[in-house]
Design a protein around this ligand. Structure first.
Ligand code: ADP
Ligand code: MG
Length: 564
């Protein structure tokens, strides 16, 4: 056969391999889950490409995954007849990590196995998890539609390099042989492998086949069977009835669709009927992906049409402010040849998306009402993203506003737990505004001179320190009929909160301070719009306020910092 060539792994791959083996060993069975998950993705891709080019099926239309082992050679083989890979794809997909932000991610690793295991799980090691149990991996693959002589063999011992060789491969797809390390013999039996498949991969929609067990003939002779049988249920999880799906199955399916290693926080599964018929199974992750703020991130919700995978999309199926949602939408009505371009224009997709957004908001409302610990986790991970929705989704603004959580002057600590409804419930007699202050940090907000009069009067003020808060207060002008008011803007009118004594005090201050105000006005000249005396400050001598319709000082600083 053709010449073997040796190539080096990308630096990040080398680092990942070393750390992973060490930190994921206690959970080593997941290697099978990851390889089966990839095989299933490869089947999805073939089915999709096959819609436009039936020749790719090469007279072998029954998509499946086969797992076998050889106890003597100490190998486990996972084979699929999915899309396969050509030479360039092999190099790009399993010699390098193409995810953006990879470098920054690796800089966070500490060398502490426990902490790193968590991070690595978040990153998703996928294919490389084979090296948890194997000290050599041989992958042979051929892309659907290419000639049998165009097979590629990739082999590596999981250290610095891998070899590549062109080989003949009759069947399309990918076959992975794991040469097990010493001490992995417990994996080399039927029972153990079947258990692992049923535990982690039962939800896979195509058959995962293993050899039938031996049977015994009339005279007790062993009949060795060469037949294979499916070990999993082999039906798409989301098509099954809710009552037939265990929490564990929902959780494992999540790990597969989301390429995540941790459990989801919550999910919503429903069949929707009406103008559009579709099934949605949508998950809220328990942890933000490391690339949540990356504009090029690709992950999103997967669209299927009648069980056929069409695409994964991070824009069209979910709005930006719900970009953390993962899962599947399976439509009964969309055409199978639906393209990205068609999706952009499709009213049907708009209807499906609107329905799914409502489901997700409902799920969040349910968590907020009934599972506050989970909601707190959600808020910590994704609160800043959800806040974008107040400006982005006009139709659901009210619902989103109710889901927001803040720190306020009434908060015990620094954890945002105050909802706007909580705030309104605590408003003082005569108070008709929701007061807030924006600042870079909580301590800057808490120590602001603007708060002095509110402290004196016992009026709660929301302390806003997220970048996105300027966007929130610019879009959400009122809640439940109460205007949102910055305490740092304009001639603050405390309305009915102001009593006679306050008004008298203000009058006196203005009179007494008149000569001083004139002096300061002269000294500052054009640099300020106005100088006023106030009785509102109790501890500070002076403070800056901005005009009612001007940009807040905080926003001005942010824009300056961004070079605007
Ligand atoms: P992920 O599945 O999250 O993309 P993996 O490390 O599991 O990451 O896999 C990396 C890539 O290698 C996949 O995205 C896919 O392109 C390719 N790949 C892995 N296994 C297979 C397979 N069995 N068939 C075809 N392509 C595969
Ligand atoms: Mg994978």
């Amino acid at each position: 056969s053709a010449q073997k060539e040796t190539l080096g792994f990308q630096t990040e791959v080398k680092q990942l391999l070393k750390l992973m083996i060490h930190s994921l060993y206690s959970n080593k069975e997941i290697f099978l889950r990851e390889l089966v998950s990839n095989a299933s993705d490869a089947a999805d891709k073939l089915r999709f490409e096959g819609l436009h080019n039936a020749a790719l099926f090469e007279n072998d239309p029954e998509l499946k995954i086969r797992i076998s082992f050889d106890a003597e050679a100490k190998t486990i083989t996972i084979a699929d007849n999915g899309i396969g890979m050509n030479r360039d794809e092999v190099i790009a997909n399993i010699g390098t990590i193409a995810k953006s932000g990879t470098k920054a991610f690796f800089e966070q690793l500490s060398g502490d196995a426990k902490k790193d295991a968590n991070l690595i799980g978040q990153f998703g090691v996928g294919f490389y998890s084979a090296f948890i149990v194997a000290d050599k991996v041989t992958l042979t693959t051929r892309r659907a539609g290419s000639a049998a002589s165009e097979g590629v063999r990739w082999e590596s011992q999981g250290e610095g390099e891998f070899t590549l060789q062109q080989v003949d491969k009759v069947g399309r797809g990918t076959e992975i042989v794991l040469h097990l390390k010493e001490g992995q013999d417990e994996l080399l039996n039927d029972w153990a492998l079947k258990r692992i498949v049923r535990t982690y991969s039962d939800h896979i929609s195509i058959p995962i086949e293993m050899k039938k067990g031996n049977s015994y003939g009339e005279n007790g002779e062993v009949i060795v069977s060469d037949d294979f049988e499916a070990v999993n249920a082999a039906s798409a999880l989301w098509t099954r009835s809710k009552n037939d799906i265990s929490d564990e199955q929902y959780q494992e399916f999540y790990k597969h669709v989301a390429h995540d290693f941790s459990e989801p926080l919550a999910w919503s599964h429903a069949r929707v009927e009406g103008r559009q018929e579709y099934t949605e199974l949508l998950y809220i992750p328990s942890r933000a992906p490391f690339d949540m703020w990356d504009r090029d991130r690709k992950q999103g919700v997967k669209l299927y049409v009648r069980r056929v995978f069409i695409m994964e999309d991070s824009n069209k199926l979910m709005p930006q402010y719900l970009r953390f949602v993962r899962g599947v939408i399976d439509s009964n009505d969309l055409p199978l040849n639906v393209s990205r371009e068609i999706l952009q224009e499709s009213k049907d997709i708009d209807a499906i998306r609107a329905g799914c957004v409502k489901k997700v908001l409902g799920l969040l409302e349910d968590l907020a009402a009934n599972e506050q610990d989970k909601y707190a986790t959600f808020w910590q991970e994704f609160g800043q993203v959800l806040k974008e929705g107040v400006g982005e989704d006009f139709g659901n603004k009210e619902r989103i506003a109710k889901l927001l959580r803040f720190v306020s002057t009434s908060s015990e600590g620094d954890v945002p737990t105050v909802s706007l409804a909580d705030y309104v419930g605590r408003m003082k007699e005569g108070q008709d505004k929701i007061y807030f202050i924006t600042a870079d940090t909580l301590s800057a907000a808490r120590n602001s001179p603007h708060l002095e009069v509110f402290k004196k009067k016992g009026v709660e003020v929301l302390l806003l320190t997220d970048r996105v808060d300027e966007w929130v207060t610019g879009s959400l002008l009122e809640f439940d009929g109460n205007k949102l008011q910055s305490v740092a803007k304009g001639a603050l009118d405390l309305g009915a909160l102001e009593d006679e004594a306050d008004k008298e005090a203000q009058k006196q201050v203005e009179e007494v301070a008149k000569p001083l105000v004139e002096l300061v006005q002269k000294a500052l000249g054009e640099r300020v719009k106005d100088v006023r005396a106030t009785s509102r400050l109790t501890d500070s001598p002076a403070c800056l306020v901005v005009g009612e319709h001007d940009m807040s000082a905080h926003l001005e600083r942010m824009l300056k910092a961004a070079g605007q």
